[in-house]
Design a binder for this molecule. Structure first.
Ligand SMILES: Cc1cc2nc3c(=O)[nH]c(=O)nc-3n(C[C@H](O)[C@H](O)[C@H](O)COP(=O)(O)OP(=O)(O)OC[C@H]3O[C@@H](n4cnc5c(N)ncnc54)[C@H](O)[C@@H]3O)c2cc1C
Length: 162
């Protein structure tokens, strides 16, 4: 039986169902698009907050060489292999961090993807981006950051210098 020949009650039911379905689909699509658009910013905001909380909590443990507190912070971050090897009196010290990475221009030289806060077409990709590494070798971190910054530049080509 064609739609035209169906009783009016069936027609109305079908129309209402189709309309509700379409509204539901549009709502889902809107929610999905919203999540898709806002997720990266939300994730960055949450991770930055988390990073700041961890940094603030770590300061006292480091300053007072409190290994128990330090281990607790690492365990809260789900670290599995926590080794205590401190203080490294005779370890090598690679001095780094002269162009520190950060979101705040007052406390850092480059932003969170390596671009100078002051000079928009200047990128720094080396050991100066992160803090002095104590007794741990820095080259793997330098390499990882080089890949990260290069990837960020690639993704932001359209408005790299804005
Ligand atoms: C003896 C020694 C052993 C080390 N062993 C290890 C190790 O085993 N594992 C580890 O992880 N790390 C090790 N390091 C540390 C590691 O090598 C450095 O931390 C790392 O290379 C720093 O990388 P970078 O890119 O920041 O600087 P660099 O590797 O120093 O690169 C800077 C570059 O800039 C160039 N440059 C400087 N001025 C100018 C200019 N005006 N114009 C153009 N170019 C310029 C320099 O020639 C150089 O090529 C060691 C360091 C030394 C000295």
């Amino acid at each position: 039986m064609s739609f035209r020949d169906r009783p009016i009650r069936r027609k109305l039911t079908t129309i209402i169902l189709l309309t509700s379905g379409a509204v539901l689909l549009l709502t889902c699509a809107a929610f999905f698009a919203y999540e898709l658009l806002t997720f990266p910013q939300t994730a960055v905001r949450n991770l930055s907050t988390l990073g700041e909380i961890i940094a603030a909590n770590s300061t006292a443990a480091l300053a007072f060489k409190n290994q128990d507190d330090a281990k607790e912070i690492l365990a809260a971050g789900e670290a599995t292999d926590i080794c205590v090897n401190s203080p490294i009196m005779y370890g090598g010290w690679h001095l780094l961090g002269t162009a520190r990475m950060g979101t705040d221009p007052d406390g850092s030289v480059v932003n969170e993807w390596g671009r100078s806060h002051d000079v928009k077409n200047l990128f720094i990709v080396d050991g100066s981006l992160f803090v002095t590494s104590g007794g741990v070798n820095p080259t793997s971190t330098i390499q990882a950051l080089a890949l990260y910054v290069a990837d960020q530049m690639k993704q932001r080509l359209a408005n790299l210098f804005d």
